[in-house]
Design a protein. Structure first.
Length: 94
């Protein structure tokens, strides 16, 4: 199934750790981080243009967990649906 958020929503997949060759679980130690899966087109502004989305699919982000929707896919992966304002930062490796 393909997920495509609308407006200024972002879908983030919970980070997972491998506990065996077959089992992957959400890692509570990583808490509020995940990988961006899909990004909406942006909020419709009063002048008729779309607002910029500051993240792209594939980026690792840290986010506020207080206002979001949690969704579990058929394959067991967890996705968080949130507005772009709930994404607090992009994690990058140095």
């Amino acid at each position: 199934m393909s997920l495509q958020p609308l407006h200024d929503y972002v879908i983030v997949q919970a980070k997972q750790k491998q506990v065996s060759k077959l089992i992957h679980v959400a890692d509570p130690a990583d808490g509020d981080t995940g990988i961006v899966v899909a990004v909406g087109p942006g909020e419709m502004l009063a002048n008729g243009t779309r607002g910029d989305m500051s993240v792209t699919a594939g980026q690792e982000v840290i986010f506020a967990k207080d206002i979001l929707r949690k969704d579990k896919q058929d394959d067991g992966t967890e996705h968080y649906w949130m507005r772009i304002v709930n994404v607090m930062g992009i994690l990058s490796e140095k």
